[in-house]
Design a protein around this ligand. Sequence first.
Ligand code: DGL
Length: 273
Amino acid sequence: MMSSSIGIFDSGYGGLTILSEIRALMPQYNYIYLGDNARTPYGTRSFDVVYRYTLESVKQLFSMGCNLVILACNTASAKALRTIQQNDLPKIAPNKRVLGVIRPTTENIGNLTKNGHVGLFGTEGTIDSMSYNIEIARLFPNVKVSGQACPMWVPIIENGESKSDGADYFVQKYCSELLIKDSLVDTVILACTHYPLLIDKIRKYLPRGVNIISQGPIVASSLKDYLSRHKELETTIGKEGKCLFYTTEQPQKFSKNASVFLNEEIKATTLNF
Ligand code: DGL
């Protein structure tokens, strides 16, 4: 039987911040990364469109030999994951699995905040979906969650401007808007996988001592735990430590930008589906 790979999907480059942590923790597995750069950003798109794009990408990764796909995108996790898990998987691939990034993050939040005031930066799609608020209210009813949509951050990052002075304007703007909603936040979740690229600037505009949470390490350790509990899936994954990169846009541009995200030279291939 041919071995499978772990598929990591994002609308663009953001999922690379998750991939790099997963690979650091579990370098033995084979991975396939898919960025839907031709249709990024997802954050401002409707529920139906995000669901359709995500399902197409998941099916593509399945057809390339992935038995497990991680939606390394909060927007896709918020808007498409549940429908894919409940309606699509039983019909198209009952033995394959699709996991998201919201659940592992929310499961950890009660241990991270000391005063119960949590801030959330995300795309409009993620914030409007209230997925984090609902999940955290269920797990940690005493935690107050204040969400702040940051629609300009993904375009800034996708265009390679995350270190520029121009980025400061929008980082400061959304940090101030969050602090107006709750000046007591002691923990802030970067609930968009792109945002770790702005973490230095975000730190600059939040009060000293605020705990800023990137999802990569959380998702990686949760995946490790999942695989230890699902041997039937884990044993199908190839263990040659390979990682292939695919984009729905031009490979040269993806390779150049992804190399910056990952701090390593990569070569991507274009996929049309
Ligand atoms: N990286 C994605 C996320 O975590 C969002 C990017 C987008 O808007 O396409 O939400």
